[in-house]
Structure formats: structure tokens, C-alpha cells
Design a binder for this molecule. Structure first.
Ligand code: GLN
Length: 339
């Protein structure tokens, strides 16, 4: 069967619901109190300003597709969205240019290499491979509609704000700090240009990409943004339509395979949910049809994923029954010898 033809076959969708809201609130609180004293991991410092983050910050929030949100700890502390923007800008671009174009131009396969790998581009003869690594994210940002970089930025900022259900602001200090230290991203953009993979001016593409990474969000925002992707593209709080259900499906598929960098396989094995992490300590995870989980804690593992955030999400995935790959035995189908 030709997989390229499959995207347009009509799909039925069955997802189930979250447990009762009291149980959800209890699980969120448990996840917070269980892991808040965990101190493994290090704060990122390759973007100089990020090193100033407080290692104690920790917030967890869940939003359901029906609009309820529950957060605990530092769930309203703002931090820069960083790589998590890759998933949402991908969704906006997918909505604008479609499934097939993005699949061909950016790709949806894992590189198995770190997010800022130059080698991955060379190994794949200039193809960015997927939108969750820097090469693919830069190629995706280059595809955002707009006559100028300024127009592209406007579209990104308003689209990301629609996902969050409030107007997101640029963190000027983080943006400037990254712009003077992002030679590697500039090199990646030039390399993509040399392979004919981006049509816009590479420094402008890097500039817009760095701005999208510097938008300020909270763990509660991430939960709502995730719940928008969980609910067919409708923001659960504002009821606004942000993207189509097909775009949500495509975005979650890419997040599942590549959202936690080279740890994505392990993440799926342990937690079983599409997710995306960012280097300032945010993680968004999505339970399709049910809701979104947002977490924030700046202590990162060696791949750049928040340690407390991963543990809190794992706890919620297990206690709320969110793992996409889990099933249970139907007792009426169990064969009992002699019965
Ligand atoms: N803005 C950062 C970069 O491009 C985002 C990286 C991340 O969150 N992993 O390097």
C-alpha cells in the first residue's frame, strides 16, 4: 500500500475521556509533591541568560479538552518556550501549506542525533529530516507564509497566542542573549541554503526562529496549548479554532517520534504520549481527545529534557491512564480451563 495516499482516507476517531476531574487534580498535586525535591539535572547555559533560571522552579498543570485547567507549584511562572515552539509553528505551517508539502520539504523521520546536529544534515544530503530538530525547525519557519520576516513573525506570534488563549510576549533579554550566541543556528541555516532547502534569507530565518523560541509561556499555558492539539485544534478555554483536526494528528505524530530529541524512543517506551520539550525546562505532553499536560522545571538531563517534568508527566500518564499503547484485558474473553 502506498503510504502517501493514506492521509486522505476518512478516519473514525475514538479516544476515551480523562477520569473524573477530582482524580485529575489529585494526580497533578501528587506529581508535584512527589518530585519537587528531586535535584538531578543541570540548568542550560549555552544561551547565557538561561543560566540565571532558579533550579527550584517547578510547576505542573493539566488542561482538559472541555476547558478545565488545574495547576500546582510554579505553574504561572513565565519562561521562554524555546524548542516547544517547534511543534506549534509546525502545526501553523502544516495548516497553511498542507500535509504533503511539509512531509516532502521538511520530513517526518528521526535523525537519532542531537537537536542542533550539523552532521545530521550532511548525512541526509541537506534534507532537514524533521521539524523538531533545529534544521527542520528553521526550514519550517522559512515556510511560514508572509511577504517579509516581520509578517511571518506576526503570524507566528498570533498563532502561538491563539494556542495559549492569551497574548504571548517576547522576552527581549533571552532573544538578545541567543542572537549573540547562536552562530551554530546561523551555520545550519546557511548549510540548508547551500542545499537549496530554504528560499528565504538565512539570517532573517534565524531571527524569526529565535523570536519564536523567546516567547514567554507558563506551565498552565503549555497545558492549554497541548489541550488545543488534543481537542482537534479548538482552544478549550477560548473555544477558538486554531488549526484543523488533521493538523493536530500530524503534529502529534511528529512529536511522538522526535519530541524529546534522541531520548524520544525512551520517552515513548516509558510514557507513551506525544510531547515536546524545550531547553528552558518546559515540556508539553498531549493525550489525544483528553487533554494536555504542561510542566516546567529548568533542571535538564544530558539530552536537554527537564528531569522533574519527565517524572511528573510519567506519573500523570500512569495514574490517569494516558499511555496510548496501553490496553487492558476484557475479563469476558479470558479462557478459564474447566469453566
Ligand atoms: N532556541 C534554542 C536553540 O535553537 C532552542 C533549543 C531547545 O530548546 N532545545 O538552540
Amino acid at each position: 500500500m502506498d503510504l502517501d495516499d493514506m492521509a486522505n482516507v476518512r478516519q473514525e476517531v475514538f479516544t476515551g475521556a480523562l477520569p473524573g476531574w477530582k482524580d485529575v487534580e489529585l494526580s497533578v498535586d501528587e506529581a508535584y509533591y512527589e518530585y519537587r525535591s528531586h535535584e538531578e539535572g543541570v540548568v542550560a547555559d549555552y544561551i547565557p541568560v538561561l543560566a540565571e533560571a532558579d533550579p527550584d522552579w517547578f510547576g505542573v498543570a493539566v488542561a482538559q479538552t472541555g476547558g478545565r485547567v488545574h495547576g500546582v507549584g510554579d505553574c504561572d511562572v513565565e519562561f521562554t518556550v524555546q524548542s516547544i515552539s517547534k511543534a506549534f509553528v509546525f502545526a501553523l505551517v502544516c495548516d497553511a501549506i498542507g500535509h504533503d508539502v511539509i512531509k516532502e520539504k521538511v520530513g517526518v523521520n528521526n535523525t537519532g542525533l542531537p537537536f542542533h546536529s550539523v552532521m545530521a544534515i550532511e548525512l541526509n544530503r541537506g534534507h532537514p529530516m524533521n521539524p523538531m530538530v533545529n534544521a527542520g525547525a528553521l526550514a519550517t519557519t522559512a515556510l511560514v507564509p508572509g511577504a517579509s520576516a516581520e509578517e511571518q513573525w506576526k503570524l507566528i506570534r498570533s498563532g502561538m497566542s491563539q494556542f495559549a488563549g492569551r497574548s504571548l510576549e517576547l522576552d527581549g533579554a533571552v532573544y538578545h542573549s541567543e542572537m549573540v550566541s547562536n552562530q551554530r543556528n546561523q551555520a545550519i541555516a546557511r548549510l540548508l541554503e547551500s542545499y537549496g532547502q530554504i528560499d528565504r534569507d538565512p539570517p532573517e530565518v534565524v531571527d524569526v526562529y529565535t523570536r519564536q523560541c523567546s516567547l514567554r509561556v507558563t506551565a498552565s499555558d503549555l497545558a492549554v496549548m497541548g489541550a488545543t492539539l488534543a481537542g482537534g485544534g479548538i482552544n478549550p478555554v477560548t473555544a477558538e479554532k486554531v488549526v484543523s483536526p488533521e493538523v493536530c494528528r500530524d503534529t502529534l505524530a511528529v512529536m511522538a517520534s522526535t519530541g524529546l530529541y534522541e531520548r524520544s524512543g525512551e520517552w515513548l517506551f516509558e510514557i507513551g504520549l506525544p510531547a515536546k520539550s524545550g531547553v528552558s525546562g518546559g515540556i508539553v505532553a498531549i493525550a489525544p481527545g483528553k487533554g494536555g499536560i504542561g510542566s516546567f522545571s529548568p533542571l535538564l538531563d544530558s539530552a536537554g529534557n527537564s528531569v522533574r517534568g519527565q517524572r511528573a508527566t510519567a506519573h500523570l500518564s500512569r495514574t490517569l491512564g494516558l499511555n496510548l499503547f496501553a490496553s487492558d484485558v476484557d475479563p469476558t474473553r479470558v479462557h478459564r480451563p474447566g469453566a
